[in-house]
Structures are given as C-alpha cells and as structure tokens.
Ligand binder design. Structure first.
Ligand code: BES
Ligand code: ZN
Ligand code: ZN
Length: 475
C-alpha cells in the first residue's frame, strides 16, 4: 500500500519527521525555520555532509542537501537516492509520518517519488509482515498525477513479483481486466486460445505448445475524446509469465528470476493505467501476447518452421528465444491500427543485460526524433536508456536457408539482431526497448527493493506527457 498523501503542511501530529531537502544552488534560510535548526544545518552542511539529522523524543528533523553544481538529471536522481536513505532512517527510528520542505519543487517531487518507491513491500506470502510502514506524507508538491503514477509502478511491481504458479497467462489477463474496470474509459479485450487460433497468431501459439496453460492476447485501449493524436501510439509488451527456455532448457542460475519475463507486459499495461487514471489526452493501445515457455510434450524444437500471423515463415533456432516470436504477432496485429508510433517493451535478451547491467535499458529503432525524446525523458526520470545502433546489415544474420527468416542471429550483437527481427513485423515508425537488465533486482538498489522494479513506466509516462504538450501546441 502507498502512504496517505496530503498536499499541505500539517503542524500538529506527534511522531512526525520533518525533512528539509535543500538545493544548495538557491537560498534556503526562509525554508529552514528556527534559528537552532538553521545553525545546525549550516554547521553540518559545512562539513560536506549531504544527509544529517537532529532527534528529540517526539521529533526527527532530517536535512538533505543537493550539491550546488549538479546537472538537472543527476540532481533529481540524487534526491531519489537520498530519499531511500531517508526511508531507512525513518524506519530505524520508527517515524511513520513525514513532512517535506524544500527550496526547489522539482527536487522535492523527485524526493517524494524516491520516498514512496522505497516504501514498496511485497509480503502477501509472508505470515510475519514487516511492522514498519510509511503512513503519511505531507508535501506541497504532492498531487494526484504523481500519486497515480506511483500507484501504477507499485501495481507493475506486484505483477512482476507474483510467482508463476499464481499467475498464468489467463490470470495475467484477468489482472488487466480488473485494473481497467477501476478506471473509467480504459477498455480491455482479451482474446483466448480459440480467437488466437482464428487470428492465426502462429508465433504465440508455437511458444505455447509446450505449456499446459492456454495463451492470452490482451488489447488495452485508452482513447479519450480529447486525444491530441488520431493515430494511436501502440505498445507491445512481452508477457512470458515464466521462461524455462523450452526444449533449450535454461540451466540453474538462469531460471530463478524468470517469473519476471512478463515485465514488458506489466510496464505497458502500467503505463496505460498511469495515463488513464490521470485522464491524459492521448490515444494509446497496449497489446499483450502472454504464455509461459515450457518444454512440454508438444513443445517446438530447433529446426521447426513456424508461420507467423502476417504469413512470414520463421525457422526456430533456439526455443529460449521465445519472446520475439510472441512479440512479432503483437506487432503484426498492431498494423491494423495504422499507428503513429509503435514500441515493443521486453525482457528480451541477456545481451542487453550484459551491455548495461542494471544501469540502463537498451533502446533502438528507426525513428530518430522519438528516440531522442525518449532518451531525454528517461534521464529525467532516473530510468536511463541508451541507444544501440539499428543498422540494416545486422539483419543479414537473420537469413534462413529454409524459411523467410531465422529468429536468431549469431552469438554477438544479440540485443540488436533481436530488434531487427521484430522490425520485420511492423510498418510504422518503431522503437524497441530491451529491459532485460533492469526489470528485476536480486538485491535492494536504492529506491528499488528486491524483486520487480517497475522500470520503464516513469520514463514512458514522461515521454507521453512531453509528446502531448508538443503535439497539443503544434496542432
Ligand atoms: N527472457 C530471456 C532474456 C532475459 C535474460 C531476461 C536475462 C532477463 C534476464 C530471453 O527469452 C532469452 O532467453 N534470451 C536468450 C536468447 C538466446 C537463447 C539466443 C538470451 O539472451 O540468452
Ligand atoms: Zn527465453
Ligand atoms: Zn524470455
């Protein structure tokens, strides 16, 4: 649960921590009330500390400073990270109500975000729950938009953390329906196996063949009357609810986190949740092919040839490269909307994780302007992406001697050849995001507790906001 948020200063509750987040580039003497506090602040800050506190029986006063000469992106991320240290301090001292004060509202927003993101817990399977929770936050920058966005991130983390026995493709689709039923105007249509068969989604069906659970294909639509775009932005999310590798079974060490292989689907549906709950004027569609990837009796094998939804034939090289098979059908389906821009979002390759670790996700595509805008939004949100080249000669490796395409290139450049494979299935301007390295963390990282991180939702939300203001002023 997210803390209760109040957009005002309170004044009277006991056991309340005051937090001063001070950007040293602006004046602060009127923010820090009380001479003693101000003197303490000046002294400690002079010792080059960026987090220090005063504690009495009923009060905890925390000071955080943001360096003077730091660039905007870094300053915001610095604030989020200091918020996670602050959260640990609040927990250690058992203060569950806080008030924020700052001389910079953007910095305060980032700190607020970091504090909430740090407070996430996934304890539904534990009898002994964590006793501490952050219950109330008072902040002048708090508004519905940021709270709705953070609720969407929590929802995404919950989906990613749900174990596979509890979250089949059908359960996942039910979750989308449940989420959307709570937001006016957000529609979900779920195709079940029979419809998937009649749509001839050969890629999705091929991966599902080793499973005893049925696949689903979910279509989430947000089309408000006041949308700035007439052609939609379509996002296709990988919904592999568990990736065993299939017949090319993954070894121990590579399996344990594979419940997170539906993170792309969680991110794109979480984005629609955030956008729709904030009633943003943009036409968006999320497409989610979902299945588990298992080595059951009828599983596809390397050497098989599959006919995809768009009629192209694909030679299977390695059944662990399953994501691109189901995404390809999602992309083919997107063509019917004549989209303005198409994204795929997926935990697609170990190669992307090896390139950037958990520090960035990979972006690539054939539309330069939108890639630049995404990069800007991603750095401001602290969810950085880094662009990989998308040169056509990478696609040479996908030539097959028996089918129209192989689904896998050589051992090197795997994140890019995966993207080039997918590019075959859409005719719209296209961006592919490989979030394999950033979706799940096995150890707490600043404001990302263990498990699903929700990474991508905040970056894409900012991208969409900027898209709306740009489009809104140009038309
Ligand atoms: N789901 C994995 C990619 C992945 C790896 C996600 C690590 C998160 C963390 C994907 O389906 C996969 O198995 N990719 C293989 C492809 C290979 C067999 C060609 C990979 O990248 O190792
Ligand atoms: Zn795989
Ligand atoms: Zn996978």
């Amino acid at each position: 649960m997210i803390a209760e948020i109040y957009n005002k200063k309170s004044g009277s509750t006991d056991f309340k921590a005051k937090i001063f987040i001070i950007a040293l580039s602006s004046s602060y003497s009127n923010v820090i009330q009380g001479e003693d506090e101000l003197e303490f602040f000046k002294k400690e800050q002079g010792l080059k500390k960026d987090l220090f506190y005063l504690r009495s029986a009923i009060e905890l006063i925390i000071f955080v400073t943001i360096p003077e000469d730091i660039e905007t992106n870094k300053g915001l991320e610095f604030a989020r990270k200091k918020a996670s240290e602050t959260y640990a301090l609040l927990k250690a001292n058992n203060f569950d109500e806080v008030e924020l004060y700052s001389n910079n509202s953007e910095i305060e927003s980032a700190f607020f975000e970091g504090l909430i993101l740090s407070s996430y817990q996934f304890d539904k399977f534990k009898e002994e729950k964590e006793v501490f929770s952050l219950n109330k936050i008072y902040s002048a920058v708090a508004n519905d938009e940021i709270v709705n966005l953070l609720k969407a991130v929590f929802w995404v983390r919950d989906l990613v953390n749900e174990p596979p026995a509890h979250q089949t493709a059908t359960v996942l689709a039910n979750e989308f329906e449940k989420m959307a039923s709570e937001i006016e105007g957000l529609n979900v249509e779920v195709f079940h196996k029979i419809q998937i068969e009649s749509l001839r989604m050969g890629g999705l069906l091929s991966i599902n063949r080793g499973s005893v659970q049925a696949p689903t294909f979910s279509v989430l639509t947000w089309k408000p009357d006041h949308a700035v775009n007439t052609k939609p932005i379509v996002l296709v999310g990988k919904g592999v609810v568990y990736d065993t590798g299939g017949i090319n079974l993954k070894p121990t060490g590579f399996l344990e986190t594979m419940k997170s292989d539906m993170s792309g689907s969680a991110v794109v549906s979480g984005l629609l949740k955030a956008v729709a709950s904030n009633n943003l004027p943009v036409y968006l569609i999320a497409l989610i092919p979902a299945t588990d990837n298992r080595p059951g009796g009828d599983a596809i094998v390397p050497g098989d040839v599959i006919t995809m939804m768009n009629g192209k034939t694909v030679e299977i090289i390695n059944t662990d490269a399953e994501g691109r098979m189901i995404l390809a059908d999602g992309l083919s389906y997107s063509n019917k909307f004549d989209p303005e821009l198409v994204f795929s979002v997926a935990t697609l390759t170990g190669a992307a994780a090896r390139a950037f670790g958990s520090r960035a996700f990979a972006s690539m595509g054939n539309t330069e302007k939108e890639l630049k805008n995404l990069s800007k939004a991603s750095f401001l949100s602290g969810e950085r992406c880094w662009e990989l080249p998308f040169w056509d000669d990478f696609a040479d490796e996908l030539k097959s001697s028996i089918a129209d395409l192989k689904h896998l290139g050589g051992v090197n450049g795997g994140a890019i050849t995966a993207g080039k494979f997918l590019e075959n299935f859409t005719s719209a301007p296209y961006i592919h995001l490989d979030i394999a390295g950033v979706s799940f963390t096995e150890k707490p990282e600043d404001y990302k507790p263990i498990g699903g991180t929700g990474t991508g939702v905040r970056a894409l939300f900012r991208f969409i906001k900027n898209y709306i203001s740009e489009k809104g002023t140009s038309s």
